[in-house]
Ligand binder design. Structure first.
Ligand SMILES: Cc1cc2nc3c(=O)[nH]c(=O)nc-3n(C[C@H](O)[C@H](O)[C@H](O)COP(=O)(O)OP(=O)(O)OC[C@H]3O[C@@H](n4cnc5c(N)ncnc54)[C@H](O)[C@@H]3O)c2cc1C
Length: 499
């Protein structure tokens, strides 16, 4: 490897900082790369970010983390998807399940059969053909079997975890692999007057930390990528007007649910995230359409347990990203690079996207312009794809009970989203990257494709209805065999304790 005693500094010890440190330590273990991480206990971390998507498992697997150990250490619970309430219309709900919905039949994607059955009045709700959704509706959980080509291998899962515990867990992992942690607050940075590269960070203690390469994980502060290097932020607030959130943990309630709940209100939505020891609750809202005190009322009204703080934690943000998340000798990972509201729990996934690109491309002797270009293109593509997906939840609503929802219904949309939506509405086609997910959310919001794959026309109505009925029965049988999510996790933890 050509790192040649490279010195890298990660500034920030939140989820992004410690995930980056752990992944770099894993990949470059034993190589001539010195890794240091600076964080400030006084400044603390954003302290939220507890719901994930299944990609987190790939990250943990890459690190070689034992899952039961991780679940115990981070007070994690299993997540099979997201339940959306009041999005298409007040009183409606649907599930974005992890994994596939239905099965392809003779090479034709399931949603085409479902549309055909729907048109002839023979279809149950789309998510009824998913194992994950059926398990969610019964609060059940069991591990999928990835080598099973039937229903047992058709679903997927992620975690809810305590963000602070996850960062501590990864800190131990990284420190065990030679990452050096420095405590302190960076006061200012020094850049090379010729190249513009960052050369050193000056801590309040007077200590000066030099490095060849920096990773900015300073969260919303974006101290290096923006403060030192001036990478501009592109706002997407006109498409995603929610700009505030309140968070309030509450006591655990009986009966663990294996899903995140996202309940829309008149100017945004509220989340509920069940952990082993508490429930995370939050209210995301657009300040242009809702006063803070009303948002607080919404938040309190959804608590099922007792509030654990006197006052909610408050957040302000703007949806958007820095087009240049790698600039000069610095890469931004996490909130320093951009922010998309947590409606689809994608921020930690975007951290992974940045880390993966960095691991693939980091090479101090190669053409840095080339690497930067590739990194920025990859990260931007993922941000844009997820941005469009999140906007779609707001745009595809029939709610007109508030100024906020009327705005969402009529706002202009990114061309990329318009194109994708038109294709789905016309012919039910979904690109393979979003297969399953996209159809579940679109149909859940009430967007039913007008036409289906012509090959479905070769099957009689009764045959299609029979296929669908059989799928539902098989799924129901499988879910009936699963233990409750609560029992499953207790069993896992107890076995671990006794092993
Ligand atoms: C309301 C809300 C809800 C969210 N929910 C989810 C969710 O459900 N799922 C999800 O995937 N994501 C979610 N996110 C996003 C998620 O919280 C973040 O992506 C994740 O926590 C990463 O944050 P970070 O590490 O970039 O920043 P932070 O946690 O803010 O960490 C920044 C670090 O930089 C350090 N630092 C800053 N300045 C200095 C300095 N001058 N000197 C030294 N150290 C410094 C701080 O001390 C800290 O250690 C949510 C975000 C918000 C705002």
């Amino acid at each position: 490897m050509a790192t040649n005693n490279a010195r890298m500094v990660i500034l920030g010890g939140g989820t992004a900082g410690w995930m980056t440190a752990a992944a770099l330590a894993k990949k470059f273990s034993g190589m001539p790369l010195s890794l240091r991480l600076i964080e400030s206990e006084e400044l603390g971390t954003v302290g939220v970010g507890e719901s994930t998507i299944p990609h987190i498992r790939h990250f943990n697997q890459f690190l070689g983390i034992d899952e039961a150990d991780f679940v115990r250490a981070t007070k994690a619970t299993f997540k099979l998807g997201i339940q959306f309430r009041n999005w298409g219309e007040l009183g409606e709900e649907y599930i974005h399940p992890f994994g596939s919905v239905g099965f392809d039949i003779n090479g034709v994607e399931f949603q085409h059969f479902w549309v055909s059955a729907y048109q002839s009045g023979n279809a149950a709700s789309f998510d009824d053909y998913s194992v994950a959704a059926a398990a969610i509706k019964k609060n059940r959980f069991a591990y999928p079997q990835s080598d099973d080509t039937g229903w047992r291998g058709s679903y997927n899962y992620a975690f809810h975890f305590d963000a602070a515990l996850y960062a501590s867990y990864l800190r131990r992992y990284a420190e065990d692999r030679s990452v050096v942690r420095l405590e302190g607050k960076v006061k200012h940075t020094e850049c090379d007057p010729v190249t513009g590269n960052i050369c050193s960070l000056h801590l309040e203690s007077g200590e000066v930390v030099e490095a060849d390469f920096f990773v900015d994980c300073t969260g919303f502060r974006a101290l290096l990528i923006n403060g030192s290097l001036g990478a501009e932020f592109e706002s997407w607030a006109h498409w995603l007007p929610c700009d505030r959130a309140l968070a309030m943990p509450s006591t655990k309630v009986v009966g663990l649910s294996p899903y995140t709940r996202a309940t829309a209100h008149s100017a945004g939505w509220c989340w509920q995230i069940p952990l082993q020891h508490r429930v995370g609750n939050g209210c995301v809202y657009a300040s242009e359409f809702m006063q803070d005190d009303l948002a607080y009322q919404h938040l309190l009204s959804q608590l099922e347990g007792a509030a654990l703080l006197e006052e909610p934690r408050k957040f302000r943000f703007v949806a958007g990203m820095r087009q240049q998340q790698w600039r000069k000798n610095c890469v931004a990972i996490g909130l320093s690079g951009g922010f998309l509201e947590p409606l689809e729990s994608t921020s930690i996934y975007l951290i992974q996207v940045g880390i993966k690109a960095l691991l693939d491309l980091f090479s101090p002797r190669a053409d840095q312009q080339l690497l930067q270009h590739e990194f920025n293109a990859r990260v931007t593509a993922e941000y844009v794809r997820i941005r469009d997906f999140i906007i779609m939840h707001y745009a595809e609503t029939r709610r007109d009970d508030s100024a906020f929802w009327r705005y969402c219904q009529t706002m202009s949309l990114p061309d990329s989203l318009v194109q994708r939506q038109n294709i789905f509405q016309q012919v039910g086609h979904v690109d393979h990257l979003q297969y399953g997910v996209y159809a579940a959310v679109c149909i859940g919001q009430g967007v039913i494709p007008q036409h289906f794959d012509p090959r479905v026309g070769g099957y009689s109505e009764a045959t299609v209805a029979g296929y669908l009925a059989r799928m539902r029965n098989e799924i129901a049988q499988l879910v009936d065999e699963m233990p409750s999510a609560e029992l499953f996790i207790n069993h896992l933890l107890n076995n671990e304790e006794h092993s």
